[in-house]
Design a protein around this ligand. Structure first.
Ligand SMILES: [Zn+2]
Length: 290
């Protein structure tokens, strides 16, 4: 599998040198030629977790792989099940696996129908072949690569910690979880109500971020979606945690540029990864293979 192409990039080593793997599914901004959306490329960056890959890039010097999607989240969302089809977006019934998550009601199923402010992304309906192509060429390779990185680290170390990295707007939009106008915390950790990683792992990350003075919420309003669900198995030593970072902590509010706090936050996050490695050893959890 290529480690760097128009679909995905693995920054850092192809094999984890620590039992830690990062992924950033929503920071891509290479617009595929067949997008055929009704909005401008700038508008289509609306769903982007801007600079999240850059923010975690120093992890590669620690031997921690960082998988990043190169395609925009509005084209196809890697953080959805491949069967999470929005029937209202298609021009024909979906003939393959249909596994709705409920996100279609927000316009945010596998392929988004609307932006966060409710604007429709397309002036047309999509064909089945077109959706299958996006799954085959973008969604599936991303999942296969993440799975390979996690399997390899798990085989090497006997356990793996996966941090699924995202960012969120400071205030929710019309199509946001919980409705419009809700101010977000500095960080939201998601472990799908304690099912995708050992509770001690979530608690450790929460405690470290809180100690830096940040407001941290857990599973409120973001519990984590497909990428923390799909490969997690805490009892088998596979721990996945979603990390949502408030964009105001690292970028300007009116333009897509890092702000003065970017490098400060970056250093804090890398320190967090070091603390996870050095201070959060398996034996601290009574042999629960974390
Ligand atoms: Zn995201």
């Amino acid at each position: 599998m290529p480690l760097n192409d128009d679909v995905l990039t693995v920054f850092g080593p192809a094999r984890a040198e620590r039992p830690l793997v990062l992924d950033s599914p929503h920071s891509g901004r290479l617009m595929p030629a067949d997008f055929d959306a009704a909005l401008t490329p700038e508008d289509l960056r609306d769903g982007e977790d801007c600079f999240i890959d850059e923010l975690f890039r120093p992890a590669e010097a620690r031997g921690i792989p960082l998988l990043a999607a190169m395609f925009p989240r509005t084209y196809i969302d890697a953080n959805r099940h491949a069967g999470d089809i929005d029937p209202d977006l298609l021009d024909a019934p979906w003939p393959d696996l249909f596994q709705p998550s409920g996100k279609a009601r927000l316009g945010k199923a596998l392929i988004w129908r609307t932006l966060d402010d409710g604007r429709p992304i397309y002036a047309r309906r999509l064909g089945v072949a077109e959706v299958r192509r996006r799954i085959d060429l973008y969604h599936r390779p991303y999942h296969q690569m993440l799975r390979a990185l996690l399997d390899d680290a798990h085989a090497r170390f006997g356990f793996v910690q996966h941090i699924n990295c995202h960012s969120m707007n400071p205030v929710s939009g019309a199509m946001g979880e919980g409705g419009a106008g809700v101010a977000r915390a500095d960080f939201v950790l998601g472990d799908r109500d304690g099912t995708t990683c050992a509770p001690e792992f979530t608690a450790f990350v929460r405690e470290r971020l809180s100690a830096l003075g940040y407001e941290v919420k857990v599973n409120d309003p973001f519990k984590g979606v497909e990428l923390v669900r799909a490969y997690a198995d805490p009892a088998a030593g596979r721990h996945s945690l979603q990390l949502e970072i408030n964009k105001r902590l690292y970028m300007h509010d009116t333009r897509r540029e890092p702000n003065a706090h970017f490098t400060v936050l970056q250093a804090q996050l890398i320190r967090l990864l070091d603390d996870i490695h050095h201070q959060f050893a398996p034996e601290r959890t009574d042999g629960r293979n974390l």
